[in-house]
Design a protein around this ligand. Structure first.
Ligand SMILES: Cc1cc2nc3c(=O)[nH]c(=O)nc-3n(C[C@H](O)[C@H](O)[C@H](O)COP(=O)(O)OP(=O)(O)OC[C@H]3O[C@@H](n4cnc5c(N)ncnc54)[C@H](O)[C@@H]3O)c2cc1C
Length: 487
C-alpha cells in the first residue's frame, strides 16, 4: 500500500475552494452567505483547509501523503486501509504532517471522517450481514470519496432537547433529524443535528446517530451522506471567531484556524438510496461504529491530532518561561516537566495503540482499549494542561497593546518598547508571542477548544464506558483470584 501512482490528478486547494461555491445555504449574522470562500467569517480558515490539499498534492510530499488503493489509483493517505503495523505507522506520519500545519487545532480536518468511513468500509461484512444493498452503497461511496478526496464532516449527535421517548409524546415535536418518508427515490429526512464542525468548508456530511436509541426511535436510526448544498439543508453557523479576530498578528489562531461549528437543519431533504448505509435499523446504527473499525479509526486520528496540539502547547509553555526569564526556577521546571510527561504519555499511548494493534480480516486496527484509555485520560487532561499554561503566563497575556495598529504609531511603539521587556526577545516579538499564547489558552477561540476537547468524543462518561467495555478484565480479575487462592 505504500507505492505512489504518478498518473493521478491530485485534488488541489484551488479545486477544493471551487467545490465550495455550490450554492450551499449557510446562515450567519442574520443572513444567508452568498459565497463562503470570500466571506470574512470563513475565508481564511477555508484557505487553511485548501493549503492541506495543496501540500498533499505536492510531488515532494507524495511518499508521505499518497498511497495506492486496491485498483492502483493513487489516493490521499487519509483514506488508506492499512494491512500491517508498518502501513498504520506510515499513514499516521501523513496524518501528523497534516496536523502540524494547524498545530492540531482543526478537529474536523478532512482526515477525521475519512478515517471513520475507511473504518466502516473495513467492516463491510457487518453491513453485508444486515443489508446487502446498503453495504453496496457504502462500498461504492468509499471508492468515490477516496478517489475524489472528498472532505466530509459528520453529525452523529441529536440536539440537546431531543429527549428519549419524545417521539411518543403527542405534545412534543421531534427536534432530531429523522426519516419522515421513503420511496423509490430514497429517504426523506427532516429535523436537526448538532454539531457540524467544519461543515461550512466540507463537501458532504455523514448524518447518523451514535447515541443509543429506544424501540420507538427507528426513524432516527439511519446513516446517510448528504452534500452540503442539498436542497432543504440549512447550515446555521455559530459566531465566527475568525470574523471578530482582527489581524493575524492580534489573533493568529482564530483568524486562520476557526473550523466553525454549525447546527444542521434538514427540511425534507431527499437522500438517494446509493447514499444510504443504514435504514431504520437501530442495531446496525450502533454496529456501524462499534462492530466495524470505524469508531477506533476516527478516534485514533483524533489522538494523533491531539498529540500534535499538546506538543505545540508544551512548546508554548517552555517559551513563556524563556521569554519571562522564569525557566531557571525549580518550581517552574517542575511544571514544565509535568507537561512534558503528559505529552510523552500520549505519544507513548499512540505508539502503544499501533504496537498492540491486531488484524480485523485483512486490515490492521489500532488496539481498542489503548485508544479508549487515551481518550478518557486526555479529556480530563486538556483543561488541566491549559490551566498550567495560564499559570505560567501570569498577566503577560493581558498586558498587551490593544492591536497591531498601536505598534505602527511611533510614539506608542516607544512606550510599548519601554513596557514590554524580556531578557531574550525584543518588545515586538514579546507582544507577538503573548498574543499567540492568549489565542491558544484564553481567547473565545481557545475557550471553544477546551469545550471541544472535553466533548467531541461525548461527555466524560462516554469514553470511560468504552474503556470499561474494552479493558482486559479477565487478566485483572484473574490476578486477584490467584492472589486470594494463595492463602
Ligand atoms: C466544540 C464542539 C464541536 C463539536 N463537533 C461535533 C461534530 O463535528 N459532530 C458531531 O456529531 N458532534 C459534535 N459535537 C457534539 C458532541 O459530540 C457533544 O457535545 C457530545 O457528544 C456531548 O453531548 P451533549 O453536548 O448533548 O452533552 P450532554 O449529553 O447533554 O452532556 C452534558 C452534561 O450533562 C450531564 N449528563 C448528560 N447525560 C448524562 C447521563 N446519562 N448521566 C450522567 N450525566 C449526564 C453530564 O454532566 C454531561 O457532561 C461537538 C461539540 C462541541 C462542544
Amino acid at each position: 500500500m505504500s507505492g505512489c501512482g504518478e498518473d493521478f490528478l491530485m485534488k488541489t486547494g484551488y479545486q477544493h475552494k471551487e467545490s465550495l461555491r455550490d450554492q450551499r445555504s449557510v446562515y450567519i449574522d442574520g443572513g444567508l452567505v452568498p459565497d463562503v470562500t470570500v466571506h470574512p467569517a470563513f475565508r481564511q480558515s477555508i484557505d487553511t483547509v485548501c493549503s492541506l490539499y495543496d501540500l498533499a498534492a505536492k510531488p515532494e510530499n507524495h511518499a508521505l501523503m499518497r498511497c495506492e488503493n486496491e485498483r492502483g489509483v493513487s489516493i490521499n493517505r487519509i483514506w488508506q486501509l492499512p494491512r500491517s503495523h508498518a502501513d498504520l505507522v506510515e499513514r499516521r506520519r501523513g496524518l501528523e504532517f497534516w496536523s502540524e500545519q494547524h498545530a492540531g487545532f482543526f478537529g474536523r480536518s478532512p482526515d477525521h471522517v475519512a478515517s471513520c468511513i475507511a473504518g466502516m468500509y473495513m467492516g463491510l461484512d457487518v453491513f453485508e450481514a444486515a443489508d446487502r444493498e446498503r453495504a453496496r452503497a457504502l462500498a461504492d461511496f468509499y471508492q468515490h470519496a477516496s478517489e475524489t478526496d472528498l472532505y466530509l464532516t459528520y453529525v452523529i449527535i441529536n440536539p440537546q432537547g431531543e429527549l428519549p421517548g419524545a417521539g411518543t409524546a403527542p405534545s412534543h415535536r421531534r427536534i432530531a433529524a429523522s426519516i419522515v418518508d421513503h420511496g423509490p427515490e430514497g429517504i426523506v429526512i427532516d429535523g436537526a443535528k448538532m454539531l457540524a464542525s467544519g461543515g461550512v468548508m466540507a463537501n458532504e456530511v455523514l448524518v447518523t446517530c451514535i447515541q443509543p436509541l429506544g424501540p420507538d426511535e427507528d426513524a432516527l436510526a439511519f446513516s446517510a451522506v448528504v452534500p452540503m448544498n442539498a436542497k432543504g439543508l440549512r447550515i446555521l453557523s455559530r459566531k465566527s471567531y475568525e470574523e471578530h479576530a482582527g489581524s493575524i498578528f492580534d489573533s493568529p489562531m482564530a483568524s486562520r484556524f476557526d473550523e466553525n461549528d454549525s447546527v444542521l437543519l434538514f427540511e425534507n431533504v431527499t437522500v438517494p438510496w446509493d447514499r444510504v448505509f443504514v435504514f431504520k435499523d437501530r442495531d446496525l446504527c450502533m454496529k456501524q461504529f462499534f462492530a466495524t473499525p470505524a469508531h477506533v479509526y476516527q478516534n485514533y486520528q483524533a489522538m494523533i491530532r491531539l498529540k500534535t496540539k499538546l506538543t505545540f502547547l508544551v512548546g508554548l509553555a517552555r517559551k513563556i518561561t524563556q521569554i519571562n526569564g522564569t525557566e531557571r526556577f525549580p518550581q517552574v521546571r517542575e511544571i514544565l516537566g509535568q507537561l512534558a510527561a503528559d505529552v510523552g504519555m500520549l505519544d507513548a499511548m499512540v505508539a502503544g495503540m499501533e504496537a498492540k494493534g491486531s488484524l480485523y480480516g485483512e486490515y490492521f486496527i489500532p488496539d481498542h482499549h489503548s485508544l479508549y484509555a487515551a481518550q478518557a485520560l486526555t479529556q480530563k487532561l486538556y483543561p488541566r494542561f491549559i490551566e498550567q499554561l495560564r499559570n505560567l503566563a501570569g498577566g503577560g497575556v493581558i498586558m498587551l497593546p490593544s492591536c497591531v495598529e498601536d505598534m505602527e504609531n511611533p510614539e506608542m511603539m516607544e512606550w510599548i518598547s519601554r513596557t514590554q521587556a524580556s531578557p531574550i526577545v525584543d518588545a515586538k516579538t514579546r507582544v507577538k508571542f503573548f498574543k499567540l499564547v492568549w489565542d491558544c489558552i484564553g481567547s473565545e477561540f481557545a475557550s471553544r477548544h477546551t469545550q471541544y476537547e472535553m466533548f467531541y468524543a461525548g461527555a466524560s462518561f462516554v469514553p470511560r464506558n468504552h474503556s470499561f467495555r474494552t479493558f482486559g478484565w479477565d487478566n485483572a480479575l484473574g490476578q486477584v483470584d490467584r492472589m486470594m487462592a494463595e492463602y
